[in-house]
Each structure stands twice: as structure tokens, then as C-alpha cells.
Design a protein. Structure first.
Length: 137
């Protein structure tokens, strides 16, 4: 069993998809270890997405991720990182497999409804970025 970190991004919250997305996540066998509604500051988003700081879309990404609340969560399941990325689908919803969260709920590559960690190492870093030990169960 291992863990991944996710965020329902501002578009997913704004569009009223929190309940449906969480239902899909739990129905797919993920246990919620930690969860909260929170809003990232500009500094938070710049740090969280620091690996993308040289990319042309970085400013847009930070602007988007800070424009409203997100649902942050740590999830546990066997093979959590890879299985969660399968569940959310490709970064660009136009390329996301049918039935995936991004195919169902994302509008564009920029506003793609959910985040999923890309490695066990990043899952641990990202989870610790948002949650203290006392908030993990
Ligand atoms: P995350 O789970 O959010 O990390 O997405 P990902 O791992 O599928 O994609 P990646 O880490 O490569 O990119 C991070 C995020 O940057 C994406 O989820 C998008 O929100 C955003 N992004 C990526 N490419 C583009 C782009 O071409 N334009 C814009 N506006 N945003 C992009
Ligand atoms: Mg990524």
C-alpha cells in the first residue's frame, strides 16, 4: 500500500464537481488519509509547481491555481501513484481516456480539474506541503 497526493483544482471546485470526483476516487479503492478545502497563495503555487517555472505557461498556471479554493487530499491504495494517474487521465482532457476524471470534468489542458503526483517521492513532498502529521489519518 502506498500514497499519492491530489488536488481538485479551482475549476473543479467552481464547477461543482467536488462530490462527483470524490465519489469516483473512493469508488476506485482509494482511502482518504487527509483532506481539506484550502486556497494556495501565489508563493505556494510558485513553489508547488516550481519544476515548471521555465515553461511558457507557468504564469498562467500560477494564476489559475490561486484563483479560488482547491480540495487537497492524500490518498492511499496499492500502487497509488500510477493507479491514480490512470484514473485522472491525460493532462490534456481531449486526449484523456473515456471515463477518466479529466475526460468527464476537465475543460482544457490549462484547466484540467485534478492534480495527481507523478512519483512516490513527489507524493510525499506534496502531501507534506499541504498537511501536518496531525492532519493525516
Ligand atoms: P498535474 O497533475 O497537475 O501535475 O498534471 P500533469 O502531471 O498531468 O501535467 P504536468 O505536470 O506536465 O503539468 C502541470 C500542470 O500544468 C497541468 O496539469 C496543467 O494544469 C498545466 N499545464 C501543462 N501544460 C500546459 C499548457 O500547455 N498550457 C497551460 N495553460 N497549462 C499547462
Ligand atoms: Mg505533474
Amino acid at each position: 500500500t502506498n500514497r499519492t497526493f491530489t488536488m481538485i483544482k479551482p475549476d473543479g471546485v467552481e464547477n461543482g464537481h467536488v462530490g462527483a470526483i470524490l465519489e469516483k476516487i473512493t469508488a476506485s479503492g482509494f482511502r482518504i488519509v487527509a483532506m481539506k478545502l484550502t486556497q494556495m497563495t501565489t508563493a505556494d503555487a510558485q513553489e508547488f509547481y516550481g519544476v515548471h517555472k521555465e515553461r511558457p505557461f507557468f504564469g498562467e498556471l500560477v494564476e489559475f491555481m490561486t484563483r479560488g479554493p482547491i480540495v487537497a487530499a492524500i490518498l492511499e491504495k496499492e500502487n497509488a501513484v500510477a493507479d491514480f494517474r490512470t484514473l485522472i487521465g491525460a493532462t490534456n482532457p481531449a486526449e484523456a481516456a473515456e471515463g477518466t476524471i479529466r475526460a468527464l470534468y476537465a475543460a482544457s489542458v490549462g484547466e484540467n480539474a485534478v492534480h495527481g503526483s507523478d512519483s512516490d517521492e513527489n507524493a510525499a513532498i506534496e502531501g507534506a506541503f499541504h498537511f501536518s502529521g496531525r492532519e493525516m489519518f
